[in-house]
Design a protein around this ligand. Structure first.
Ligand code: KG4
Ligand code: ZN
Length: 336
């Protein structure tokens, strides 16, 4: 079955076609970064309007690149949440309308389930069960994954998400938007001279908190002379603190569950130092580490097409309503 996947939850319009046996046929992404960077962050109304402009041409192009027509598509998967309401509605309404016109089922996909399953698109996908660390702009979750839709939340951020902490710290350093990749690039020029805290690692548990780290960073910036080298050193120390904090919690999650496979996904998993830190940790734990390829760490249509395909193949169905849910806990999902 060919499944068309549509992702419009935030600032990227992602479209892909995945086949249940042949795998990924094509995927296209249009990033709105240039448009939002003028405002220093995502402007929700502009995001929705741009998704409207880009989505249908991208779908047409994706069909063309796969050498398919609408008649070949057996189902449509769309991100129904969590995300920006207006942006979600564009994807949901388009998916539902096309499904009605093409007489195929449409399925609402949870955005974080898409991220969680993104490593399945790689050559050596992880087998269930595994521990998943999901680190994106809006969420930081540690999940025990038994199978599709069988997710037990082990820990989450009590305040800022990891990506949000990167973005806010980047803003303090005058790096603008998108902050994560820019901060990471600056950190390469610096040395972690000052030891930043590793929040919530000195007590048991698997929850995270990044807002204190952000305040600590602000105080360090204010106390410095704000030279380019000072800023690079702050970026390096901040990044190392986040990487080590994530690594400590992942090690704990592996030990607590007795599992030997760790999946790391979501936009922040593109970060080189975080990857290096986790790679070092899993060697010591005698565990395996799985990442999506870099372009599937951040938002994309391929992960939505994949997640939707698995659920559609398992016979999952939904009514005709347009389903969009800006807040949607992943623990509410059920198996396919
Ligand atoms: O998964 P994603 O594309 O969108 C959400 O679902 O939120 O994640 C976006 C987040 C942003 O906060 C961005 O700054 C962060 O991922 N990010 C990074 C890097 N690339 C993207 N953070 C740190 N280092 C990176 N290389
Ligand atoms: Zn995302």
């Amino acid at each position: 079955m060919y499944v068309l996947g549509i992702e419009t939850s935030c600032d990227e319009t992602g479209v892909a076609i995945y086949h249940s046996k042949k795998g990924l046929c094509s995927h296209l992404l249009y990033s709105q970064v240039d448009m939002h960077s003028e405002y220093g962050g995502v402007v929700p109304e502009l995001a929705s309007r741009d998704h409207i402009r880009k989505l249908v041409p991208l779908i047409k192009q994706c069909l063309k690149e796969s050498q398919l027509t609408s008649n070949d598509i057996g189902g449509i998967a769309y991100t129904a949440g969590p995300g920006l309401m207006g942006a979600l509605l564009v994807g949901a309404a388009t998916a539902r309308s096309l499904a009605w016109a093409w007489q195929v089922p449409a399925l609402a996909v949870h955005h974080m389930e898409g991220h969680l399953l993104a490593p399945m698109l790689e050559e050596n996908p992880p087998e269930f069960p595994f521990v998943a660390l999901l680190i994106s702009g809006g969420h930081t979750l540690l999940v025990q994954v038994e199978g599709i839709g069988r997710y037990q939340l082990l820990g989450e951020s009590l305040d800022d998400a990891a990506g949000e902490a990167f973005d806010k710290t980047a803003k303090m350093l005058g790096l603008g938007y998108p902050g994560g990749p820019r901060l990471s690039a600056l950190a390469e020029q610096g040395k972690p001279q000052i030891k930043f805290p590793r929040p919530m690692t000195d007590r048991p548990g698997l929850d995270f908190s990044f807002s204190g780290l952000k305040t600590f960073t602000l105080n360090i910036i204010n106390a410095s002379e704000k030279t380019d080298q000072d800023k690079a050193d702050v970026a390096a120390a901040f990044q190392q603190a986040v990487a080590e904090t994530l690594s400590i919690k992942c090690r704990r999650a592996l030990q607590q569950t007795g599992l030997k496979r760790l999946v790391v996904a979501g936009g922040v998993s593109a970060n080189k130092q975080i990857r290096a830190c986790l790679t070092e940790m899993v060697v010591k734990e005698n565990a395996q580490l799985y990442f999506p390829r870099l372009q599937f760490c951040t938002d994309n249509g391929a992960m939505i097409a994949y997640a939707g395909c698995q659920r559609l193949m398992a016979g999952q169905q939904q009514g005709l309503e347009i389903y969009a849910r800006p807040r949607w806990p992943i623990s509410e999902l059920s198996g396919s």
